[in-house]
Design a binder for this molecule. Structure first.
Ligand SMILES: Nc1ncnc2c1ncn2[C@@H]1O[C@H](COP(=O)(O)OP(=O)(O)OP(=O)(O)O)[C@@H](O)[C@H]1O
Length: 690
């Protein structure tokens, strides 16, 4: 072992030195390349005389331009490559790799060591010094395989024998420890990582991804993947690693904007925001469900109803018979061009056998054709043509981009047509955007109601205006248990071509709702859309100590107690404190806060924002409300449970564990489970008897 340590230290020194030398030389290579490109452009520009005198000259000139462009592309590609190497090397220097796996291939006598890091690095193309954690070989490492096995590279099965699986604790060029691990029952690197203080920012788990998590991260077979995991089992971490994995795996044709990550609130979005950049990847589109809805509505509207009826609308809309009141007059400069009745008549001309969405698209074309034929007709009318001469210079500039003087009849007609199209541009836009559809009225008649709900409105608009986004390839949803089936149906309609990663925890369903989502219903809904759902369960508690894990599992999910695994076994038992009244609570909280380490991150979790505010007013900790954007790096925050969910703290103080909120017959136990499970080291539970 001693000798192994020495050899590994020697290897690390060499790798670190090579990384450092690469970084030192790369700046110069980049500036040399940029200068060469600049000089090339200057001289090539002069030398490539543009000669279009004859057909042959044209060909020569085009060939010369083509050669010049190719050379410029090659300079650009080289610069991008150098930039990528620079950013990988910069990320690798503080921790060049975290593991090693030795593989023996069938026709080789010696095994080959592969060092695995958060990025790949090869000083020469034939010699990978560090392999990327997402490469096929690294899959063997995460799968804990020792002995004969295989991996897939470019869909080809490669047989190998895994001889050694080794972990490293290191920083920069200094090796702190090495662990040879055959089976990761005890994962020393993992335990050490988990014991570190919590932070205002989540970190990546690349070095310590566990087998059950790896399977989820690398799943490319399932169209919908549902991860049901207990609190602190790494669901959010897995989603983020999965995004980075998919961007690597499909790097030739997938960009981050082809992915959408739905998050519960802005505080949470900021909490996870550093992970992907630290993995060298761009973040996907990230938003809350409400923010997503606004992208499907063109103006701000106020809604009266809290209850949505998307499933009912989905079944009714396609066969709805529209009446004149379901349309709005189409006006230009206060003059009605098409009345509701006109539109209804055109609507009746569309085939009744088509779905309503298709009939509306057809109707839109009919209306556009009507306007365009009128323009065509008017453009031949001498009186209208005469209006051309009334146009001022600036109007001509706007319409034609220049001053005009049409000389032939055809030129006059063409210019008149252009003028009329310009005058009617708002009208054509209105028709195209289908502003003439009275969405609210359509919902009212479909549902026989007077009050409109936000989601119903957005869904109806999405469906009737055919606004589905087929380009989006992956949708990731965190905290899926907080969504309603109606919201999921909306998403399935909005992103018909997407692959789905849904992660959540049934026991963290804490929001009052008449129909909380069950995973069985969720799966049924996907299957109704011909999407098979693969479900994976995560039963290992990474965040919380053994004592805290037992405490929260006993509340929300007592039946699971036998199944749960805890990485950080033991720990301090939760402390219960009874208080007579609010002022007693404040005295207790002040003492409890005093006892906590100020360098750690701690939270006082309340049942609602008012109590958080009241506690803040008395003991002046940072209070976080619904619009909070960021957690502090350390210290104490006071926040309601609805905001704390998804986040984590070293220490958690529950302010009012016996309030109505936590005693609620339907959601109370889930709320306690969620609140307790925010803590990793210390949990103090206050109740107020008064
Ligand atoms: N394989 C791992 N290696 C190191 N840390 C891990 C690993 N898996 C999870 N963790 C850590 O455990 C904590 C909980 O992870 P995460 O927040 O992803 O869990 P979660 O299931 O989304 O939790 P919750 O549902 O309670 O919000 C984080 O600090 C995360 O870094």
């Amino acid at each position: 072992m001693d000798n192994s340590f020495k050899l590994e230290q020697k290897h690390l020194t060499l790798v670190h030195q090579t990384l450092q030398e690469t970084l030192d030389s790369i700046e110069k290579l980049m500036s040399d390349n940029a200068n060469q490109a600049k000089n090339f452009k200057k001289t090539a520009g002069k030398e490539t005389a543009l000669n279009f005198d004859s057909y042959a000259d044209n060909l020569d000139t085009f060939a010369a331009i083509e050669t010049m462009n190719k050379q410029i592309d090659s300079f650009n590609n080289k610069q991008t490559q150098l930039q990528n190497t620079k950013s990988s090397v910069t990320r690798l220097l503080p921790a060049p790799y975290f593991a090693r796996i030795d593989l023996k291939y069938p026709d080789e006598t010696e095994s080959i060591p592969f060092y695995i890091g958060s990025a790949g690095f090869s000083p020469t193309p034939e010699e990978p010094m560090i392999i990327d954690w997402r490469s096929p070989i690294a899959d063997l490492y995460y799968n804990n395989k020792i002995g004969k096995t295989h991996y897939l590279a470019n869909e080809r099965k490669i047989n190998v024998t895994v001889a050694t699986r080794r972990q490293f604790l290191l920083h920069n060029a200094v090796l702190d420890d090495i662990f040879d691990t055959d089976v990761a029952i005890q994962d020393p690197l993992l335990v050490k990582t988990l014991q570190e203080n919590k932070n205002s920012q989540m970190s990546s788990i690349t070095a310590t991804i566990q087998q059950e998590q790896n399977v989820i991260i690398r799943d490319t077979k399932s169209t919908a993947l549902l991860v049901n995991g207990i609190a602190g089992s790494g669901k959010t971490s897995v989603v983020l690693q999965r995004i980075a994995y998919l961007l690597y795996r499909y790097r030739d044709n997938l960009v981050s904007s082809d992915m959408l990550l739905l998050t519960p609130n802005t505080l949470f979005t900021n909490y996870i925001n550093q992970v992907l950049p630290s993995l060298g990847e761009e973040s996907p589109l990230q938003m809350t469900f409400n923010q997503l809805m606004t992208t499907f509505i063109s103006k701000s509207i106020s809604f009266e109803s809290e209850t949505s009826h998307v499933q009912e609308l989905a079944s009714k809309l396609d066969n709805l018979a529209l009446t004149a009141t379901d349309f709005k007059n189409i006006k230009l400069n206060d003059i009605t061009i098409f009345s509701q009745e006109d539109i209804k008549q055109f609507f009746d001309q569309t085939p009744k056998t088509m779905s309503l969405t298709k009939r509306i698209t057809a109707l839109s074309s009919i209306l556009t054709d009507e306007i365009e034929s009128k323009i065509e007709h008017d453009s031949k009318n001498g009186k209208v043509q005469a209006e051309l001469s009334d146009l001022t210079d600036s109007q001509q500039e706007k319409i034609f981009g220049r001053l005009i003087s049409p000389s032939s009849d055809i030129a006059v007609q063409k210019a008149t047509k252009k003028m009329l199209l310009w005058r009617n541009r708002q009208l054509l836009k209105q028709i195209d955007q289908k502003d003439w559809l009275n969405i609210a009225q359509i919902i009212k008649s479909a549902l026989n109601t007077q009050q409109i709900n936000h989601l119903d409105y957005t869904f109806t608009r999405l469906k009737l205006l055919n606004l589905a986004q087929k380009r989006l390839r992956f949708v990731m949803i965190d905290e899926i248990q907080d969504y309603s089936l109606d919201q999921i149906l909306f998403l399935l309609t909005a992103f018909p071509k997407a692959h789905w990663t849904l992660v959540g925890d049934q026991f963290q369903s804490i929001l009052e709702s008449n129909h909380p989502l069950t995973f069985t219903n969720l799966k049924d809904l996907f299957e109704e859309h011909n999407i098979t759902v693969t479900q994976r369960n995560l039963y290992t508690s990474y965040r919380s100590s053994g004592a805290i894990t037992t405490a929260f599992i006993k509340h929300g999910a007592p039946d699971l107690l036998e199944k749960i695994n805890t990485i950080q076994t033991g720990g301090k038992e939760p402390v219960h404190v009874e208080n007579k009244d609010f002022s007693d609570l404040i005295t207790s909280l002040s003492l409890q806060v005093e006892s906590l380490d100020k360098h750690e991150l701690s939270a006082i979790v309340t049942s609602d924002l008012n109590l958080a505010q009241a506690i803040h007013d008395k003991i002046k900790q940072t209070v976080l409300g619904n619009t909070a954007e960021k957690l502090p790096a350390s210290g104490i925050v006071v926040l309601p449970l609805t905001l704390a969910k998804g986040l984590e703290f070293d220490n958690v103080i529950i302010a009012d564990a016996n309030s109505k909120y936590y005693l609620d017959s339907q959601f109370g136990e889930n709320r306690i489970y969620t609140a307790f499970s925010r803590a990793s080291k210390t949990l103090i539970i206050n109740s107020v008897t008064d």
